[in-house]
Design a protein around this ligand. Structure first.
Ligand code: ADP
Ligand code: MG
Length: 249
């Protein structure tokens, strides 16, 4: 492939200009950052590219719009370029992470109902929790955008909770990014970025063991194995394929 213009480099991915206007290529890196350190999770980029492809393809099939177009190779996928809304939605089914800490809830306790939180997408501010008042007063999104995002997030939660339960994984919580997609005068909000163990808390149903980026953040060890196990259970990678796929590229 010829030289493409790099548009952005983030913590987990590099964005390149896509082959047609209105498209981007997402390149998935192995880099990982925790609050206190940087590191590499070998093969993470390959696995997240495949896991996010798998999930977004299914969401598209059930009519939940996403930016995903197609996977290009081991580490890259083609997506529709969107105007990213600077708010991430965190959907929670069980207490964990900052919610458990803030409210003193036992980790793993099921919540009375799914809770959706807004976070402002600013790395320098440490992605602060915000409420609807902040979002609309500062013009990050209008109330109709928030309604659309909330409805999409709850549909994704229902769909993914079932998908993961089917492979003995509990979807504890996950973080979504959204973007505005313009088609002539019309705008619709679609799911963007990635859906992978980098932004989902996934626990084995029977043991409660995390199989996601918490293994890296909390120094639990066996980080690569967590990502591989998620891919394996979803039927994305056959056991033999795994070593060779994650080693290459
Ligand atoms: P970050 O460190 O900002 O999280 P990543 O390494 O995850 O960055 O790289 C992905 C970046 O690309 C994110 O900032 C995300 O908001 C943005 N992005 C994701 N999908 C799209 C898209 N379809 N169009 C434009 N930008 C996108
Ligand atoms: Mg990111």
């Amino acid at each position: 492939m010829g030289r493409r213009r790099q548009v952005y480099e983030g913590r987990a991915k590099i964005l390149f200009e896509g082959p047609e206007p209105g498209t981007l290529v997402q390149y998935f890196k192995d880099d990982a950052a925790a609050a206190d350190r940087q590191g590499v999770i070998t093969g993470k980029g390959v696995l997240n590219n495949r896991i996010s492809e798998f999930i977004m393809t299914r969401l598209n099939e059930v009519g939940i719009p996403t930016h995903f177009m197609r996977r290009l190779n081991m580490r890259e996928q083609l997506v529709k370029e969107v105007e990213i809304i600077p708010i991430t939605l965190m959907v929670r089914n069980c207490a964990a992470g900052s919610l458990a800490r803030r409210l003193g809830l036992p980790v793993g306790q099921p919540l009375p109902r799914s809770i959706v939180e807004y976070y402002y997408k600013s790395e320098e501010l440490g992605f602060p929790l915000v409420c609807e008042e902040h979002v609309t007063a500062f013009g990050w999104a209008v109330p109709q955008d928030l309604d659309d995002m909330m409805a999409l997030a709850l549909r994704v939660n229902d769909y993914l909770s079932g998908l993961f339960i089917g492979v003995s994984i509990r979807l504890v919580d996950f973080r979504l990014e959204f973007g505005r997609l313009w088609q002539n005068e019309d705008m619709r909000i679609v799911i963007a970025d990635e859906i992978s163990p980098d932004n989902c808390r996934l626990w084995d149903i029977s043991t409660g063991e995390p199989m996601d980026k918490d293994r890296f953040d909390r120094n639990l060890g066996q980080v690569e194995q967590g990502y591989q196990e998620v891919a394996k259970r979803l039927g994305i990678l056959q056991p033999g394929e795994m070593r060779e796929q994650t080693a290459s590229g």
